[in-house]
Design a protein around this ligand. Structure first.
Ligand SMILES: N[C@@H](CCC(=O)N[C@@H](CS)C(=O)NCC(=O)O)C(=O)O
Length: 213
């Protein structure tokens, strides 16, 4: 298996945590987003959407979209389940994961920020205001979704799963963009607890072979 990703990509970060939780180690192929490696013909042949990550399976199939990759992994690999057995709990976990992956993350994506900066000629303060608005709104909504639940070590229980896999990279992004989420006590507690788990710690951007400060 070959995993095409980039150390700072939060979608790739999600997949790395899931690989580690399942004990799967695909070969890593770095795709350097700052030099637009993802928009070239080679990568576009793998993923016509020109976004990382992409996972090339041994049989030749290519999987894209981090949540689809993680669900495929969960369905086909032994190891801890990443989604709950109970259908209601499973829908709630997926809702939190999709809130992050479909509603929050796309608004901070490189191509969107580039568009704001270059085509819309927005100054850095406007880009920061944009990031602050959408990351804060989204993570506050996550905090709200978890508010009525007991304060388990991970978002939905005693074991890590898909929700934690999405929360940790999103908190990393908030830190990276300087968005203050210190008021989100539950989200921060989950993030801190996940750092103690080596599957999460080893997946951190700074631990990746293509890391650059
Ligand atoms: N929904 C996709 C998002 C993929 C995505 O947006 N990847 C980002 C990095 S996190 C990317 O390749 N961005 C390049 C760009 O915006 O030009 C997923 O979950 O895999």
């Amino acid at each position: 298996m070959k995993f095409h990703g980039y150390f700072r990509s939060s979608s790739a970060y999600r997949c790395r945590i899931a690989f580690n939780l399942k004990g799967v180690t695909p070969d890593f192929v770095p795709v350097h987003l700052p030099s637009d490696a993802h928009t070239g013909a080679d990568f576009a042949a793998l993923n016509p959407q020109k976004l990382v990550p992409a996972l090339e399976l041994d049989g030749g199939a290519v999987l894209t979209q981090s949540l689809a990759i993680i669900e495929w992994l969960d369905e086909t690999m032994p190891g801890p389940a990443l989604l709950p057995q109970d259908a209601v709990a499973r829908a709630q976990v997926r809702a939190l994961a999709q809130l992050i992956a479909c509603e929050v993350h796309p608004l901070q994506n490189l191509r969107v920020l580039k568009y704001l900066r270059e085509e819309m000629a927005q100054p850095e303060e406007a880009v920061s205001a944009w990031l602050n608005r959408w990351l804060t709104d989204g993570l506050e909504a996550c905090e709200g979704l978890l508010a009525g639940r007991s304060a388990t070590p991970y978002a939905f229980g005693e074991e890590p799963g898909l929700a934690d896999i999405c929360i940790v990279p999103q908190v990393f992004s908030a830190q990276r963009f300087g968005v203050d989420i210190s008021h989100l006590t539950r989200i921060n507690a989950i993030y801190e607890h996940c750092q103690l788990n080596s599957a999460f710690a080893k997946a951190a951007p700074a631990q990746q072979p293509d890391f650059a400060a």
